[in-house]
Design a protein around this ligand. Structure first.
Ligand code: NAD
Ligand code: UGA
Length: 482
């Protein structure tokens, strides 16, 4: 069979309808009206949610996503659980499934669990009919493409009918979008990275991106550089946050102000001003996972010093989150048992409903362990998700490793998405996510409802200091030693 029997790519299948697969294919469909996109997933509920007529029920919240789904769904964009058929009839198959940190076995706690990726490779090997370009969209350890290639090759060898066998190319095309700005990032990427060996396959994938991305931003590398560049980009970004948070602690002890320090260093072009906002510590599904993966790989390749260097970034983040919890307890006279504390924001950053690895999880757990009565507000995250994170999820924190069953603590928590009643009788307010609605609260009216002395802990530097102090409230702000 001729390898590329079509001049044009007509149909693309993306396995994994999550935070990456969903929005990525939505933007592809918008930009490439002549190609049909099928996003498939084993999770039926998720596919139903993507097909929901009510666009507020989509499984991913991203500004601008609903309008694009409305525009493309049913035209050249489809969400389906029929994985076999869509693999069989596609020219390109993206693998965009989750790659969580392994919790058991060799490399537990650090290495990526590749079982979902492997499963996808096996499905493609079994069901593909023609020449198929397999694209790694998930973030993967270096040399995973080798595993995928081997699986595809072995499956071919085992097919009964050796005639009309499909052929494959494997490319690495990691995704760099950030949640909360996914649509913008996909529309205007700083770069698109395509790693691989086959020039023809690289050209075909590049051609799709060229529909909207300037060609000088489409970088071609070898496949291993592409895989490693994705892990490295996340490690560098996370490193900046741990760096600035470490200096925030120093600011609080020395009378300096972290915003002034950030501005001063960020105006050096070599350092740059982005990713210098001190906060409650980085969250999200990827920074910690990808750094730990880098740590595992470094150790695996006999580079323990490199591993230790990067592990320090995660350790600093953990320390920083506990530091905030401890400080809240200290300010509230050393005990928060049965004190009502309002938590503003549970998502790991604003403009997303994602709570994976959110700093709020660790900080709330610390406060609950001290016996606090938390009332948690988030405009988008729902109660069920918070329950999963606070009561059931055993994979997230160091301390959890000692708990076999559900997490147990002294305090209690409740949830509301109404801001008007949340402050009644509260001893403190802790701002953990930078939702816009928290930056313009009426502190005078809030102060009247709270128990005195009442504290505001602002871990995102979003409140108006003057207004809070004028309202007879005590204020702690991250990195503010003034
Ligand atoms: P996710 O958990 O939101 O979605 C993954 C989806 O894959 C799930 O819906 C799951 O049901 C599905 N899936 C798993 N195995 C499957 C199989 N065999 N067949 C069909 N569907 C299957 O994960 P995500 O956040 O979209 O991340 C996906 C990958 O992209 C990860 O490797 C991640 O590191 C990377 N990444 C994530 C982001 C981000 O912002 N979330 C950004 C860049 C890269
Ligand atoms: C991050 C990267 O920015 C993306 O390029 C990458 O594709 C993605 O990870 C991934 O691989 O999953 P994301 O985690 O969605 O994106 O969001 P970020 O904006 O990077 O924020 C991560 C965390 O760092 C958040 O908790 C955020 O609040 C925190 N942060 C970010 C700060 O504390 N300060 C900053 O200056 C920036």
């Amino acid at each position: 069979m001729k390898k590329f029997n079509r001049l044009e790519i007509k149909k693309i299948c993306c396995i994994g309808a999550g935070y990456v697969g969903g929005p990525t294919m939505v933007v592809f469909a918008d930009k490439c009206p002549l190609i049909n996109f099928y996003v498939v997933d084993i999770n039926k509920e998720k596919i139903n949610a993507w097909n929901n007529e009510d666009l507020t029920k989509l499984p991913v919240y991203e500004p601008g996503l609903d309008n694009l789904v409305k525009k493309c769904r049913g035209k050249n964009l489809f969400f389906s659980t029929d994985i076999e058929k869509n693999i069989a009839t596609s020219d390109i198959v993206f693998i965009s499934v989750n790659t969580p940190t392994k919790t058991k076995g060799i490399g537990a706690g650090k290495a990526s669990n590749l079982m979902y990726v492997e499963e996808c490779a096996r499905q493609v090997a079994k069901h593909a009919k023609n020449h198929t370009i397999v694209v790694e969209k998930s973030t993967l350890p270096v040399r995973t493409a080798e595993v995928i290639k081997t699986i595809l090759q072995e499956a071919q060898n085992n097919r009964d009918n050796k005639h009309n066998m499909p052929t494959f190319d494997v490319l690495s095309n990691p995704e760099f979008l950030s949640e909360g700005s996914a649509i913008k990032d996909l529309n205007e990427p700083d770069r698109v990275l395509i790693g691989g060996e086959s020039e023809e396959a690289i050209d075909l994938l590049s051609k799709i991106y060229k529909n909207w991305v300037p060609k000088e931003r489409i970088l071609h590398t070898n496949i291993w550089s592409s895989e490693l560049a994705k892990l490295t980009a996340n490690a560098f970004l996370a490193q900046r946050i741990s760096s600035i948070n470490s200096i925030a602690a120093l600011c609080e002890s020395t009378g300096a102000d972290i915003r002034e320090v950030s501005r001063a260093i960020g105006s050096d072009k070599r350092i740059g001003s982005k990713f210098l906002d001190s906060g409650p510590g980085f969250g999200g599904s990827c920074f910690k996972k990808d750094i730990l993966n880098l740590v595992y790989l470094s150790n695996h390749f006999g580079l323990p010093e490199v591993a230790d260097f990067w592990e320090g970034v995660v350790e600093m983040n953990n320390w920083h989150q506990h530091r905030i919890s401890k400080l809240i307890v200290q300010k509230l006279f050393g005990t928060i048992s049965e004190k009502k504390i309002v938590i503003l924001g549970f998502a790991f950053k604003a403009n997303t409903n994602d709570t994976r690895e959110s700093a709020a999880i660790q900080i709330c757990r610390d406060l609950l362990e001290e016996g606090a009565e938390l009332i948690i507000h988030d405009p988008i995250v729902d109660k069920g998700q918070i329950q999963l994170n606070l009561d059931n999820d055993k994979t997230l924190t160091e301390r959890d490793k000692n708990h076999e069953n559900n997490y147990e603590y002294q305090g209690s928590w409740n949830f509301t998405n109404q801001l008007n009643t949340v402050f009644d009788d509260a001893h403190a307010v802790v701002i953990l996510t930078e939702w816009e609605e928290y930056s313009d609260l009426n502190w005078i009216s809030i102060s009247k409802k709270m128990q005195k002395p009442a504290w505001i802990f602002d871990s995102r530097l979003i409140v108006d200091t003057k207004k809070v102090l004028e309202a007879n409230l005590k204020l702690w702000r991250i990195g503010d030693g003034t």
